[in-house]
Write a protein that binds this ligand. Structure first.
Ligand SMILES: [Mg+2]
Length: 123
C-alpha cells in the first residue's frame, strides 16, 4: 500500500511542485492544505503517513501547526518535514524542538526531497 501525504503550503505552485516530485515514490493519496488551520481540519478525519509543511502561512503558520498536532494524541506521532526558505532556516531549530521530524530548505531538487522523505520514514 502506498503512502498518504499531506502537503501544507500557502503557495499552490509550491504544493504542485511537491506533489509532482512525490510521484516518484509509492504514494497513493496526496492531500493539500493552504495553511495550518486547513491542515488540522483535514487531519481530524484523515490519517496520513507524512506531513510536508511550509513555515510562513496566513492564519496558522507551520510552527503553530506542529505544536497543535503534537498536543493531540491522535496526531502526535505523524512524521512532519518542514519545507522552509533559507531565510527561515534559523527558525527550524524551533520547529524541531516543537516536534517536527526533519526539514528541507527551499529551493530544493526533487532528489533532495525524496532523500529527505526516505530518511524520515526509514524507507
Ligand atoms: Mg508560505
Amino acid at each position: 500500500m502506498g503512502l498518504k501525504v499531506l502537503i501544507v503550503d500557502d503557495s499552490s505552485t509550491m504544493r504542485r511542485i511537491i506533489a509532482k516530485t512525490l510521484k516518484s515514490l509509492d504514494v497513493d493519496e496526496i492531500l493539500q492544505a493552504a495553511d495550518g488551520v486547513d491542515a488540522i481540519m483535514i487531519l481530524n478525519d484523515k490519517k496520513v503517513d507524512l506531513v510536508l509543511s511550509d513555515w510562513n502561512m496566513p492564519r496558522m503558520n507551520g510552527l503553530r501547526m506542529v505544536k497543535k498536532l503534537r498536543e493531540n494524541p491522535d496526531t502526535a506521532s505523524i512524521p512532519i518535514i518542514m519545507v522552509t526558505t533559507e531565510a527561515e532556516r534559523a527558525s527550524v531549530v524551533e520547529a524541531i524542538k516543537a516536534g517536527a521530524n526533519n526539514y528541507l530548505a527551499k529551493p530544493f531538487t526533487p532528489d533532495a526531497l525524496i532523500k529527505k522523505i526516505k530518511e524520515t520514514l526509514h524507507l
